[in-house]
Write a protein that binds this ligand. Structure first.
Ligand SMILES: NC(=O)c1ccc[n+]([C@@H]2O[C@H](COP(=O)([O-])OP(=O)(O)OC[C@H]3O[C@@H](n4cnc5c(N)ncnc54)[C@H](OP(=O)(O)O)[C@@H]3O)[C@@H](O)[C@H]2O)c1
Length: 273
C-alpha cells in the first residue's frame, strides 16, 4: 500500500484528446509522471508533437507521443482510432478532454453555437469512447479495470453559465453520460468517471486568465482563493487511473476550488441586520 503501488501507471497506455494545451496537457504530464505511455491528439497535430517533445524533455518515467486527431466528426474519429491503432495495440486509459465553448448574451446566442459545441463535447466524447471499447475491454481486468476519464465542468453542475449556454448544457450531458456509461461498463471492468473543473489557465479561458491580474481576480471569485493548477489535474488522473482508483466509477470529481458548493447569500441574514 505504498504511493507507488497505488498510483503508479507504469506499463499503462493512455490517450488524451486535446492533450497539447491546458487541462489536457496537465493530464498528459501527470499520467507520464506516473509512468504511462501517453498519446495526445487534437486537430493541430504540430502542437501535439511539440507538446510531446517538451514533456519528453522533462526526463519523467513515462513518455508522450503526439499526432493529429479530430473528434468533431465521424470521419475524424475513425481516422483518430486508426492512427492510434497504428501506434499501439494497448489502451488502458482514455481521457476525453477535447472541448470547445461559445459565449454570447442571452438574446443574441447563435443557433450554430449549439452544434459546434455539442458535436465535440458530447457527440465526439461518446463516439470516440464507443469506438475504443474493444481496446479498453481487452485491457481490463476486475482487479485493474480500464479507465475512462471525461472532462465535464463545474458549469455542468451548478447554474452558472456565464453566457456559455450550449457549453454548460453540454457539460451537464457529459456528467450524465459518465454515470450512464459507468453503469453499462462496470460488467466489462471499465470505470468511467468525470472531472468537473473550475477555472484553469488554458487557451479556452485565456480571455480571462492570460493576464496575471485578471487571473488573480478570477481566483478571488473561487472559495479556495485561486485558479486551478497542473498538480490539481495530475493528482486526479493518478488517483482515478492508478490501482488506488480501481473501485470508483460514476463519480464526478469537483476540481473547482469549492465553486460546486457555492450558493447565494445566507437566507436569514437580511432579517437579522
Ligand atoms: N480551463 C477551464 O477553466 C475549464 C474548466 C472546466 C472544464 N474545462 C474543460 O477542459 C477541457 C480542456 O479545455 P482547456 O480549458 O484546457 O482549453 P484548451 O486549452 O482550449 O484545450 C481544448 C483542447 O481541445 C482540443 N480540441 C478542440 N476541438 C477539438 C476537436 N474537434 N478534436 C480534437 N481536439 C479538439 C484543442 O486542440 P486543437 O485546437 O488542436 O483541436 C485543445 O487542445 C475542455 O473539455 C473544457 O471544456 C476547462
Amino acid at each position: 500500500m505504498t504511493p507507488d503501488s497505488l498510483f503508479s501507471l507504469a506499463g499503462k497506455t493512455a490517450l488524451v484528446t486535446g492533450g497539447a494545451t491546458g487541462i489536457g496537457r496537465m493530464a498528459a504530464h501527470g499520467l507520464m509522471a506516473a509512468g504511462a505511455r501517453v498519446m495526445i491528439a487534437s486537430r493541430k497535430g504540430d502542437a501535439c508533437t511539440a507538446t510531446a517533445a517538451e514533456l519528453n524533455e522533462l526526463g519523467l518515467p513515462g513518455c508522450v507521443e503526439g499526432f493529429a486527431g479530430d473528434v468533431g466528426s465521424e470521419n475524424g474519429i475513425a481516422a483518430l482510432v486508426q492512427e492510434l491503432e497504428n501506434r499501439t495495440d494497448d489502451l488502458h486509459i482514455l481521457m476525453n478532454n477535447a472541448g470547445r465553448t461559445w459565449g454570447k448574451d442571452l438574446g443574441a446566442f447563435p443557433y450554430g453555437a449549439w452544434d459546434k459545441v455539442l458535436s465535440v463535447n458530447v457527440t465526439g466524447l461518446f463516439h470516440l469512447t464507443q469506438e475504443l471499447l474493444p481496446k479498453l475491454r481487452a485491457a481490463a481486468t476486475p482487479e485493474d479495470p480500464a479507465r475512462v476519464v471525461n472532462v465535464g465542468s463545474v458549469m455542468g453542475e451548478v447554474a452558472m453559465g456565464d453566457g456559455a449556454f450550449s457549453y454548460a448544457a453540454s457539460k451537464s450531458a457529459v456528467h450524465h453520460l459518465t454515470r450512464i456509461l459507468a453503469k453499462d461498463l462496470a460488467k466489462d471492468s471499465i470505470t468511467v468517471n468525470a472531472l468537473a473543473p473550475g477555472p484553469f489557465v488554458s487557451n479556452m479561458t485565456a480571455f480571462a486568465t492570460a493576464d496575471p491580474d485578471q487571473r488573480e481576480r478570477v481566483g478571488q471569485a473561487v472559495p479556495l482563493g485561486r485558479v486551478g493548477g497542473p498538480d490539481d489535474i495530475a493528482a486526479c488522473l493518478q488517483f482515478l487511473c492508478g490501482r488506488g482508483g480501481a473501485y470508483i466509477t460514476g463519480a464526478v470529481i469537483p476540481v473547482s476550488g469549492g465553486i460546486n458548493v457555492m450558493t447565494g447569500p445566507p437566507i436569514f441574514e437580511a432579517a437579522l441586520n
